[in-house]
Design a protein around this ligand. Sequence first.
Ligand code: CP3
Length: 341
Amino acid sequence: MIFIDACFRRPTPYTPVWLMRQAGRYLSEYKATRAKAGSFLDLCKNVDLATEVTLQPIEILDVDAAILFSDILVVPLEMGLGLEFVAGEGPKFTQTIASQKDVDALKSGAYMNLNYVYDTLSSLRQKLPKDKALIGFCGSPWTLATYMIEGEGSKTYTKSKKMLYSNPTLLHSLLAKITEELKGYLARQIESGANAVQIFDSWAGALESSAYFAFSWAYMKEIAHFLKSKYPHIPVMLFPKGIAGFLDHIDGEFDVFGVDWSTPMELAKQKLGAKYVLQGNLEPARLYDREAMLEGIKAIVRVMGKESGHIFNLGHGMLPDLPRQNAIELVRFVREHTSRA
Ligand code: CP3
């Protein structure tokens, strides 16, 4: 698999490409399958339909890897927090975490109830062409904790930060409990057929440097270390969004560092390119305009070159109103433009 070779810096015929959030509302096929499923969570829990939407970007865009269709929030859901996706507003939990009693009430071993995820991965590995990689994923402990404490998406992370500074022990006990679930969860994803795994730390950028390394990166590193000692042949990819200023302090046992669009690729290459394969980092909004997109791709390839050490991706997820034609052209253009022939 070209994608897996690239994760381990082995030579490949071109720079492989996939797109974060490549399955979603910008595809009419996704909207049709989602309507069949009923709600978004019903879609995540339906093995056949989740398999179908995972495969759509492989067929439509011809990306080099498929990413499991699910959501980072199914883990807190199975730990016991009621979850709804409200149209136009995003995810909302019916209970939140505010005390040690709340943390203690969260279910341990909840990852064992996520059979719909494992069954989707097995079904996908059977259906996917042999040369296409299958990516499993989870949210980082910190990013999941912000949803569990705030109860929904947040711009200010007020409750999470108040807990961090006024009751760090409580936050650490929540993060440790989530971390144990995620180790079991990703291990089971690998056992079920995932060829690589990515941890999304979408709200990394909410924290100052010392808080970031103590409350988020330390737990990501712990999960990565656990996975690498158990499954050395499975690439581990970490995507912390919004920490361009902290690159000097990035360390740990993992294979691929996901560069977000707010980090200049030159800077990431200079600081981390020798140690980790870099993935990224086209600003998704460039896909609104074909010329802006092609210019952005060329600039990234100019920095990363055509040799090993790079996986092409967006610097964050696809947006629901991006034109699909540009996504199709992006994949074709990256492949042609980085061809080693
Ligand atoms: O990449 C893929 O194609 C796989 C699927 C995937 C989804 N969510 C599907 C989804 C992945 C990898 C995620 C991860 C995820 N979920 C993250 C981390 C990545 C990131 O973008 O930062 C986060 C923070 C979430 C939490 C979440 N899920 C939010 C905030 C929302 C609502 C926002 C929105 O786009 O409406 C979701 C819902 C969600 N997850 C959708 C999809 C396709 C939209 C649901 C719908 O169909 O209405």
